[in-house]
Design a protein around this ligand. Structure first.
Ligand code: URA
Length: 260
């Protein structure tokens, strides 16, 4: 068993007939016919107009001191995001959970461990991508974000995207997908589709917390990660997959950092 197979086994994805073959046969992943529209300007005035001009450090400070919704009263701390500010891949989750609230970093609990493994399986590691959530503060009891909370927090994610200018966005779960793409779509319906946030390709996949509960969907999540690789390669104008220091994925050539 080679190292890639070993990593896939760790993820519960091996043996899976045709898995590697599927990865390399792009003809089996044809682009869907419909491009989802870029989110239209929502017409809502940004209640904190300065957010749209902040650089990284003041943006993080604004997130940490934000009182735009009631979550500021129950959070231990806000969780702005983590990773490389020159990353070409932005991973967007839903909201911090208990461990993230405690540590101030996104995806550090069990779902985060799975996310790390999945990213590594396609040659990405968390230090070389940027990871953020739709909500920067933990909803009590890990309940779903409310529409008001999403709206109050969305200027922060918008500004993070504007600063990062990622080549590709990976949206994990329906809250991330809806925040980026608008609409009410479910992950099952959105994944596999070609979507854009402004002009940035968005790959939609299952949230790792859902995968922990539904491991039978990991194979589909793996397919989505392969789509992420393809989207990166497409942006670069060449097929291929990037290595990272910890990567075991088989091919190389997509750049992970913007080199900015
Ligand atoms: N789930 C998320 O969506 N984000 C985190 O940071 C942790 C768990």
């Amino acid at each position: 068993m080679n190292r890639e197979e070993a990593r896939l086994r760790e993820l519960g994805l091996w043996p899976a007939h045709g898995l590697v073959a599927r990865r390399s046969r792009s003809a089996e992943n044809p682009p869907p016919a419909v491009l989802a529209p870029a989110p239209s300007p929502d017409g809502q005035p940004d209640e904190r107009p300065t957010t749209s001009t902040l650089d990284w450090t003041p943006l993080e400070a604004a997130i940490r001191s934000c009182e735009a919704c009631g979550l500021c009263r129950t959070r231990r701390q806000a969780v702005p995001g983590t990773g490389s500010r020159t990353a070409r891949v932005l991973v967007v989750g839903e909201a911090p959970g208990a461990e993230e609230d405690q540590r101030g970093e996104p995806f550090v609990g069990r779902a985060g461990e799975l996310l790390d493994q999945m990213l590594l399986a396609v040659g990405l590691d968390r230090r070389r991508v940027y990871i953020a959530n739709v909500l920067k503060c933990r909803p009590p009891e890990n309940r779903n974000p409310t529409p008001d909370e999403v709206e109050a927090c969305s200027p922060f994610l918008r500004r993070q995207i504007a600063l990062l200018q990622p080549a590709v966005i990976l949206a994990l779960g329906s809250f991330a997908a809806r925040a980026l793409l608008g609409g009410e779509g479910k992950v099952g319906a959105l994944r596999g589709g070609r979507h854009l946030y402004e002009s940035i390709p968005v790959v939609v996949s299952y949230h790792p917390a859902y995968l922990l509960r539904s491991p039978q969907e990991k194979l589909r999540a793996w397919e989505d990660l392969c789509r992420l690789q393809d989207a990166l390669a497409e942006v670069d104008g060449a097929p291929g997959v990037a290595p990272s220091p910890a990567a075991t994925a088989s091919t190389a050539s997509v750049r992970l950092d913007a080199g900015r």
